[in-house]
Design a protein around this ligand. Structure first.
Ligand code: ADP
Length: 357
């Protein structure tokens, strides 16, 4: 029997908890069929041991059910998320300036919000994955996330980037998953360590992230700022040469006051606004009606008052939250969903905005 049949069957095996299958995820590395004895090689990067077990059982079930198959063996290669390779020439120089470790980073953009809980980290992670997809399609270098939200560093969990960053030649290597490399305080503190960071401490951490992390070659570094618009955020945006900023807001018209303060901060340091993303804009009922749970218009009002575009509206989507909780962003797990399309559209406009700079 030819292996196309088996590959077609493998396309029905979903990654546990997601609607995307293991073939489109690129996990299936080999399929061999010798007179009905099948060997399937799967390579998977995960810290959760139940994931490979479920996948192996599902493969055996669907392939074993095909006609003419006697035996199905699954060879699983399980690895921890890979480290970003060091850039050539990075070794040995020790403490470099931000410009040295970030010199192959073409653009740096900040994602900011007036307050916490608006979904800034969720937007950052999914936007980074959307940018990565577009850049990969265009054959360009990839995307990194510098998680400066050190009050609640959630990027590693949302991106499924587990493990601890390694040090090579005095430089920290970012941890990478789904092609997005990331550095976060979340790698360096335990879950139950109370993170009571004060202004100077935040600055020190961020300087480290800029100066001592080997980012390698990136088209875009997306910087998830701590929520708010105080001195800490202002010092941060002064530390890193930014090419633009994106404001995340919710749809309540009142939210516009907090977002506006954020925009003023970027104005002070001459960082151009790329636009506003409105998150949790509406919830779609099963019959296709849009319900504005958190009010309407906040994103547009904010964008108008800042004379910047409203880049998109991200719906309230349970799959988006679940993806964050499981460490597989919806942009990866459901590449065609309306929510993913909203992120792709925002990503396209950001790339266009940066190209026009
Ligand atoms: P912030 O970084 O602004 O504090 P988070 O990104 O951590 O906010 O999001 C807060 C919570 O809201 C998370 O549990 C996240 O999964 C959820 N969330 C964010 N945006 C959405 C959305 N559009 N639909 C459903 N849940 C969302």
């Amino acid at each position: 029997m030819d292996t196309e049949n088996i590959k077609a069957a493998l396309k029905t095996v979903k990654f546990p908890g997601f609607s995307r299958d293991i073939v489109s995820f690129g996990l299936v590395r080999e399929v061999e069929n010798t007179d009905g004895n099948v060997l399937i090689g799967v390579e998977i990067t995960t810290g959760d041991s139940s994931v490979p077990e479920t996948i192996a059982a599902d493969i055996k079930q669907v392939v074993g059910a095909l006609e003419g198959i006697h035996e199905v063996k699954v060879r699983m290669e399980i690895s921890q998320p890979k480290q970003q390779p060091a850039a050539p020439g990075a070794g040995g120089e020790g403490k470099q300036q931000a410009s040295a470790t970030m010199q192959k980073v073409k653009y740096a953009i900040a994602i900011a919000s007036g307050k916490g809980g608006v979904g800034k980290s969720t937007v950052t992670v999914n936007l980074a994955c959307a940018l990565q997809r577009l850049l990969e399609e265009a054959g360009k270098p990839g995307v990194g996330i510098m998680d400066c939200d050190i009050y609640g560093p959630s990027v590693p969990l949302m991106l499924g980037a587990t493990g601890r960053p390694e040090i090579e030649n005095d430089l920290i290597l970012p941890v990478s998953n789904f092609g997005v490399s990331t550095m976060s305080m979340g790698f360096l503190v335990d879950d139950d360590t109370p993170v009571v960071w004060r202004g100077p401490m935040i600055m020190k951490t961020i300087q480290q992230f800029a100066q001592n992390v080997n980012w390698g070659e990136l088209e875009i570094l997306v910087i998830d700022l701590p929520p708010g618009t105080g001195d800490a955020q202002l010092s941060l945006v002064q530390t890193i040469p930014l090419d633009g900023a994106v404001i995340v807001t919710t749809p309540q018209p009142a939210a516009f006051n907090v977002a506006r303060r954020g925009a003023r901060m970027f104005d002070k340091v001459n960082v151009p606004l790329l636009g506003v993303v409105e998150n949790m804009s509406y919830m779609e009922t099963p019959d296709g009606q849009r319900q504005a749970l958190f009010g309407e218009g906040g994103g547009q009002i904010t964008a108008d008052s800042l004379e910047t575009p409203l880049l998109g509206q991200v719906p309230i989507d349970i799959a988006l939250r679940e993806g964050c909780d499981k460490g597989i962003p919806i942009v990866i797990s459901e590449p065609d969903s309306p929510t993913t399309k909203a992120f792709l559209s925002v990503a396209r406009q950001i790339l266009d905005g940066l190209a026009k700079k």
